[in-house]
Design a protein around this ligand. Structure first.
Ligand SMILES: N[C@@H](CCC(=O)N[C@@H](CS)C(=O)NCC(=O)O)C(=O)O
Length: 209
């Protein structure tokens, strides 16, 4: 059976949990790896991911890390071209949102999320938090503009793996209170649309940070 390593409050682990559930793959989770649990510098963990990061999967001996790569692997393995299109342009449209989410969007969110949700000390302190509170809303505004264009999901009219990545970031946005937080109606509607999916309620909007 597919094994997923990593604590369930990690946004990147959640991507894999949601993707697996969305596809309908049974899995077991070792959820006691990562910050607040067993350290990723533990030699047993480094043996499966020398980069010391969660998530990692073990799919019948095939060990893989990187959340987006794992999600794409699972969709491809199970022939889910609805989630990851087979044609190069459709696929690229999905992948560009996944890439943006794991790089730029996550970078912008980190300061605010770590301080406000996780109350964790942050290298760079107040300055990093201030920068995050300025640049993160700008990025959510870009999502607002894209959703206004598509009228449905982030890469177009239909749900894809891009929504697994962006939807989890939107969940963090909705769950993070701060003074002067702007309203984004298309993002709020998207959040409700995603909430029609049981796998999002299980692994995204599940009341946990
Ligand atoms: N690009 C990687 C990033 C992975 C990452 O940053 N994982 C975080 C959790 S979200 C982590 O391992 N943090 C260290 C820890 O929990 O100890 C991916 O998408 O999988």
């Amino acid at each position: 059976m597919l094994k997923i390593y990593g604590r369930a409050n990690s946004i990147n682990v959640r991507k894999v949990l949601w993707a697996a559930d969305e596809i309908g793959i049974p899995f077991e989770q070792e959820d006691d790896w990562g910050r607040g649990f067993k350290p990723l510098t533990n030699p047993a963990f480094l043996a499966i991911n020398a980069l010391a990061l969660i998530p990692v999967i073990d799919d019948d001996g095939f060990i893989l890390s990187e959340s987006n790569t794992i999600a794409r692997y699972l969709a491809a393995k199970h022939g889910r071209t609805d989630l990851l299109p087979a044609d190069p342009r459709g696929r690229a449209e999905v992948e560009r949102w996944m890439d943006w989410q794991v790089s730029d969007l996550s970078d912008r969110a980190r300061g605010a999320v770590m301080s406000i949700i996780f109350k964790a000390p942050l290298p760079g302190g107040e300055e990093v938090i201030r920068a995050s509170l300025q640049t993160w809303p700008e990025a959510i505004g870009m999502i607002e503009a894209q959703l206004t264009r598509t009228g449905g999901y982030i890469a177009g009219a239909n749900f894809t793996l891009a929504d697994v990545a962006i939807g989890l970031s939107v969940n963090r946005w909705m769950a993070t209170p701060f003074e002067g937080k702007p309203e984004f109606p298309a993002v709020a509607a998207y959040y409700e649309r995603l909430s029609e999916r049981p796998a999002y309620l299980a692994h995204g909007r599940n009341g946990k940070p």
